[in-house]
Design a protein around this ligand. Structure first.
Ligand SMILES: Nc1ncnc2c1ncn2[C@@H]1O[C@H](COP(=O)(O)OP(=O)(O)OP(=O)(O)O)[C@@H](O)[C@H]1O
Length: 254
């Protein structure tokens, strides 16, 4: 079976710094993949290349057999390639319900007509309610974002991404900054994501990685150095060296 999504030979340099080196990777429908690696390994750059925030120096991004490398970020979202960001980008005066409603209407090309009339949209409210329920946000659906917990804001980012009906969802550190007591909520929400969705998650919280991922890819210095089962990753010599080297470097500059 051909993969839902693949990248071939993705390469990117900033000046003389090679940040992504010939990265090839495929994902199938329903896949749960974690992309890990030491700080500065090039994980966010990889996501930016996949979603069109950055243009690669070489290589291709292929979704459903279609080469989307030439498309911009908005066009890729329309095709089903959707991401969340490491830092939340929400409006603190709006509620979760308003954020998700606006996104659904935007996806349908109707957002410009409804500004100021959020609650009357019964034709999308079932979908909005279902998305908020999936992420465990129904109870705060009508609270202002500025008043809800940080972990709930991170979940709202994922809710907004779901409202775009992704085929491939890329999560950039969904648990970053979330208090440890709230990470089970994030984990639970990730488990509730639609089974057919292909999910790639960047995450530093290894407990979360091991519980979420069926496959792990390790990036170091812009290169894939490991691809395999979560149970195998910790024992891999190259992976240990990459993390240890990074740790030693951090100690030497501290
Ligand atoms: N726009 C840019 N211009 C120049 N260098 C950049 C740019 N973006 C990223 N880099 C560099 O590329 C390297 C990889 O950065 P990237 O943010 O992709 O790593 P990362 O693996 O996501 O790191 P972290 O885990 O710390 O978020 C770093 O050395 C970074 O300084």
């Amino acid at each position: 079976m051909s993969p839902l999504f693949r990248v071939e030979g993705l390469t990117k340099s900033f000046g003389g710094l090679a940040v992504s080196r010939n990265i090839s990777l495929a994902m199938s429908e329903g896949e749960r993949l974690a992309l890990i690696g030491p700080n500065g390994a090039g994980k966010t750059t990889f996501v930016n290349l996949v979603t069109g925030q950055l243009r690669p120096s070489a290589g291709r991004v292929v979704l459903n057999g279609e080469d989307v490398t030439g498309l911009g970020a908005v066009q890729r979202v329309r095709k089903g390639l959707v991401r969340t960001f490491q830092v939340t980008r929400l409006f603190s005066d709006m509620t979760p319900e308003e954020h998700v409603t606006l996104t659904v209407l935007q996806r349908q090309g109707r957002a410009s007509r409804i500004l100021g009339r959020f609650h009357g949209h019964s034709e999308v409210s079932d979908e909005v309610g279902a998305i908020l329920r999936t992420l465990g946000l129904l109870e705060v659906a009508r609270r202002k974002v500025g008043e809800i917990a940080y972990g709930q804001r991170r979940l709202l980012e994922i809710a907004i991404a779901l409202a775009l009906r992704p085929k491939v969802l890329l999560l950039d550190e969904p648990a970053a900054g979330v208090p440890a007591a709230d990470t089970p909520r994030i984990e639970q929400a990730l488990e509730s994501l639609p089974p057919s969705l292909a999910v790639l998650m960047i995450e530093h919280d290894m407990d979360l990685v091991f519980r979420f991922a069926r496959r792990v890819v390790v990036l170091a210095s812009g290169e894939i150095i490991f691809e395999g089962l979560p149970s195998e990753v910790a024992a891999d010599a190259k992976v240990r060296e990459a993390y240890l080297g990074n740790y030693a470097h951090a100690r030497s500059v501290a």
